[in-house]
Design a protein around this ligand. Sequence first.
Ligand SMILES: Cc1cc2nc3c(=O)[nH]c(=O)nc-3n(C[C@H](O)[C@H](O)[C@H](O)COP(=O)(O)O)c2cc1C
Length: 215
Amino acid sequence: MQGQDIIKRIGLDWPIFQAPMAGVSTPEMAAAVSEAGGLGALGIGAATVDTAREMIQKTSNLTQKPFNINVFCHRPAQVDPALEAGWLAQMAPLFARFGASPPKSLNEIYASFCSDSAAQQMLLAEAPAVVSFHFGLPDAEIIQGFKSKGVFLMATATSLKEALAIQAAGIDAVVAQGWEAGGHRGLFDPDAPDAGLKTPDLTAELVADLSIPVV
Ligand SMILES: Cc1cc2nc3c(=O)[nH]c(=O)nc-3n(C[C@H](O)[C@H](O)[C@H](O)COP(=O)(O)O)c2cc1C
């Protein structure tokens, strides 16, 4: 599928994709981008299932055009009481400085879509035109569930290795996310070696080596 085909297949007028931003995206902004002929996007990685459903339905009420829903697919956090106690002890003086007491334990801040069956069911039921995965990929049956509903799938890659895994999983397009994306770069494995490629260099490498389109 070449560049023009992906634009046609999603049903856009322009090859312009709004970057999804968890905690920042709004239905109004996503709908405005889609209404203008680009691909509006909502980042729901930091939202509860109910809030995410409301955001998606509000966007659907504002535009009949396709938009993208982006979810976090990080590896779920592993509880490590000794490590967490160390962090809490390290932070204790800061809490004290502001007259507060540190929490007794730490909670996972964002549930991973990969292990959140309520989020999976909600998004499969809403079936937006486009779904994109960030920080990794969900299991094959989740990917298959979206494909059987005709949802166009994308996933962010920061390296050729991640992009090849995305292509092998049957995802329709890769989003090249270079070093410039900073704190929200969708690394699959934060402990793996990282060449820190810039977006133009990463994009050139992916275009040369992949058969699926690169956004
Ligand atoms: C505040 C903020 C939140 C972001 N949240 C997400 C997100 O939820 N999902 C995602 O795929 N990318 C997220 N990103 C990364 C953007 O999608 C984009 O890749 C990045 O900003 C680089 O694009 P730019 O150079 O056009 O800004 C976020 C970026 C920012 C600044």
